[in-house]
Design a binder for this molecule. Sequence first.
Ligand SMILES: [Zn+2]
Length: 311
Amino acid sequence: MSYFDTNYEVSASYLSIEKGNKQFIGSKENRTCRYCGKTKPDVTFRLEAHAIPEFTGNKSLIAYDECDVCNEKFSRLVEDHFGKYLGVLRTLSQVHGKKGVPTYKGKDGKSRIEMEAAGLHVKGYEEDPIFEINEESKRVTVTAHRQPYVPAAVFKCLVKMAIAIAPSSVLGDLQHLCKWILEDSHTYESFPYKPLMVFEQFTPGPMPYKGITLLLLRRKQSVKDVPYLQFIVAFGNTMYQIVLPMPQQDKEILKKQIQLFLFPVPFSEGYEYGKTAVYQLDLSRYEIVRNEPHVMHMSYESAEKKETLNN
Ligand SMILES: [Zn+2]
């Protein structure tokens, strides 16, 4: 934490936003889209825009400054990819999206994991195995597959969330990123940002992050040698951390190798459900990834097994 205290100031923060009281970004009366810069009547603002996607569990952080055109583009071009990247984790983390907790379906559509009142209901078939149970250690290994997605689009979705909460003092510096995330196709050539690295920290247990936490950090003026902007979002079981592509402000550090630090998770070593796992992801791929295996380990308190024989 001292690395962040020393080098960064908080530009925007939302801590543990939970369902209930709505919070609004932007002005209701004077609506200008923060992404495309347009106002009425060039664009409309009829839809209720979620500042960060609903599948993160967000029901209450609403943007007055996201027009309907950008809203539709974001859901199709970036959020859909992040949703597919999360895949079975959305079911296992039990984060409520637009239509509740999504059901995960196996490749043949028969095997499935769904949320029921009594807990998670896992249905597997020998010909389409999606899970393995170790009764001794009370652990389940789920082997799912992600639906086709574009890794760079997942990164863009995180960038979109960062822009959504950026205060006006920072927003002016983010115009290149607004253009990037509104692009109709995902190509490296138009905006050569690489590498697109994400730190993903997975904490086990029943929804360790009760609400959603968002943090946008800006380098202090007196500091050099650290990236200009870092963004952190935590929901369900996971914290994601990215450095925003800021070629102008990071011109000097892009020439050298710098060390990045993980943002500390709010769980101690002795946390009852186990240790937080850290993954460093490289999302610098602009092509569709298909059939990517997605393996998750989880532990359970009690399980009920039902076997059905097919004829
Ligand atoms: Zn717009």
